[in-house]
Design a protein around this ligand. Sequence first.
Ligand code: BTN
Length: 335
Amino acid sequence: MAASKSPDQGLAAVLQVLRGAAAAISGEYLAGELGLSRAAVWKRVHRLKAQGYVIEGSPRKGYRLLAVPDKLLPEEVLEGLKTRVFRGPVHHFETLNSTNDLAKELAAQGAPEGAVVVAEAQTGGRGRLGREWNSPPGVGLYVSLVLRPMLPPMELPQITLTTAVAVVRAVRRVAGLAPGIKWPNDLLLNGKKLGGILTEMETESDRIRYVVVGLGLNVNNSGFPPELAATATSLALAAGGTFSRVHLLRAWLEEFEELYVRFLNQGFPEILEEWKCATVTLGRAVTVRQGPREISGQALDVAPDGALLLRTASGEMVRVTSGEITPGSGAEPGV
Ligand code: BTN
């Protein structure tokens, strides 16, 4: 596990001064501003350069920030982030097995609500129903967020649906594209999979101890492995241009926090309405696979607890709480 720094006040402070400067600033000035020695400033500049920041430094003129790396570094994610609770600590890694796995470990050790684990690449990214999540370096968003809602475990599906609404909002805001949600929380564009959410929880005596919400979003992928090529897409493929993963992550944290607070204070109805506006599942003929079992029917509605309501050919109403949806006979792709 190659961890870059977890939030480092010193680095963030140097960066903040460099970002705010219109011209090069001397090491002496930086040292004075931050109450550090010039050697300490030099060390921090060196560490920032090692992370990929392009900082011009000359003994005569001083330091100037020329470019920031295209990485989900804590200092970038937290810059200008308008959240109160979903703001870290942000744990950033070049490569991880799975951000959800580490987030669960950290949560079990007491990580606070709002802790974030983010990786540039995953070697064992996991999807729902035991599938793999394709996680190549530097192009996708692979992020997990720790939540500690004071709720009974049966309310988890509502948190999962809320997460998907936050992704739709974030993608609209940053990329100007409107993904559809396939029940319960797959994100689709043009009928192909753009992203997915893996929600996992630990409970104690009928209460949630923690939830880890893992989001995988295909952002700047220019292609996919052959087995995914027909069914997966990315924002870049859909829009013909690349997008900032940092902006998308910030937007998701902001939108999700707003919705999560609303869910805790006012319940789920309004969020469910927004979910319904974005879904591509309702009104379609679908088949739900639950292991060896299959149920086919018309997807009529989603119940207040997040369950999908199907009407089968025999007219029976069935509540579905888990499973994988595929188009039923006569349905269009992407249901
Ligand atoms: C799905 O659609 O099946 C859910 C995919 C979730 C993938 C994300 S990537 C970040 C987090 N870490 C994981 O191992 N999985 C989730």
